[in-house]
Ligand binder design. Structure first.
Ligand SMILES: C[S@@+](CC[C@H](N)C(=O)[O-])C[C@H]1O[C@@H](n2cnc3c(N)ncnc32)[C@H](O)[C@@H]1O
Length: 292
């Protein structure tokens, strides 16, 4: 999977990923040319690109993540991929079948605003564990719950410190001995109100989907989150309003309504992507707080 490796001056590795499917997926998400010949050309160019190591000035050491990223992105740029595509490829979880991850920059911004070092951060729909990975990078203590064993296993390979992920059902959140927590940051699995027989809360593996029941169960998860939060702690939900044909499901607003029964709604941030997926009408970051 790793075909190009750049050594910096202290010998630490910066890797570039050259998996054909990932490069193609990044281009699809950016609505770029995804013809097979074009993807082949890019992958070959990344493999061929040789990186001149960047250097820190003075007596610095090479533990600078920003420097590593710049070096990596320069190689991709030389190969014809820009920064947005480079980040999408770089953050893609290895071997993850589906690309559902948060961008790390989004998690970093939320953790910087609502937590300090040592704080406990919960993600009850942890997926590939991006919240927990960034929590570790920022000296927070991450704890997550994820239903799918394969995602739990992958997330564990990404955690090297205080982060912990529990294989389980978020609908049983109160039973896992978690808490108290300072911040809950999560993106629950989505559902549209029409034409959606798959149940999001079984990871779409059963066909007993029912929008009203789904919202009710999500509300119960948020009620459990509210009990685990310290007074003054925050819940931040990433949720979208989503299109199915001509119908738009106000999923973000419906989630805000059920979460708002247990916590105080503090406002929303609109997430503005350079290119929005066609099925997303709007993408939001919804903020709630437990009264101090
Ligand atoms: C949108 S993804 C979250 C992705 C995550 N933010 C990341 O960066 O990797 C939602 C996740 O919730 C999981 N899930 C679905 N139902 C669940 C449940 N009842 N309990 C726990 N996790 C569940 C899905 O398997 C999926 O990985």
């Amino acid at each position: 999977m790793f075909r190009a490796v750049i050594f910096d001056w202290r010998g630490t590795l910066v890797t570039t990923l050259t998996d054909h499917a990932w490069v193609q997926a990044a281009l699809v998400r950016l609505h770029r040319d995804t013809h097979s010949a074009q993807v082949d050309k890019l992958v070959a160019a990344i493999r061929a690109a040789s990186g001149e190591p960047d250097r820190l000035e003075g007596p610095g050491v090479d533990s600078d993540a920003g420097l590593h990223r710049r070096t990596y992105l320069r190689v991709l740029r030389d190969a014809g991929l820009d920064e947005a595509a480079g980040d999408l490829v770089r953050e893609r979880v290895q071997a993850g079948a589906e690309d559902v991850h948060f961008p790390q920059a989004f998690v970093r911004a939320v953790l910087a605003e609502f937590t300090g070092p040592g704080d406990v951060v919960l993600d009850p729909f942890a997926g590939y564990g991006t919240t927990l990975v960034v929590a570790e990078q920022m000296d927070r203590v991450g704890v997550g719950v994820e239903l799918l064993a394969e995602r739990v296993a992958l997330a564990r390979t990404r955690l090297h410190g205080s982060g912990r992920i529990i294989e389980g059902d978020a609908r049983n959140l109160a039973r896992f001995g978690i808490g108290p927590v300072d911040l809950c940051l999560t993106s629950p699995p989505y559902m549209s109100a029409v034409d959606h027989p798959e149940n999001p809360l079984t990871a779409y593996r059963t066909r007993d989907g029912d929008y009203a029941k789904y919202l009710d169960e999500l509300g119960q998860v948020f009620a459990a989150v509210a009990r685990l939060l310290r007074p003054g702690g925050h819940l931040v939900i990433n949720a979208a309003t989503i299109r199915t044909g001509h119908v738009v499901t106000p999923l973000a607003w419906d989630m805000a309504r059920v979460a708002g029964r247990h916590l105080v709604f503090n406002g929303e941030t609109y997430l503005w992507w350079d290119e929005q997926a066609s099925w997303v009408s709007g993408d939001y970051c919804l903020r709630f707080q437990k009264p101090a």
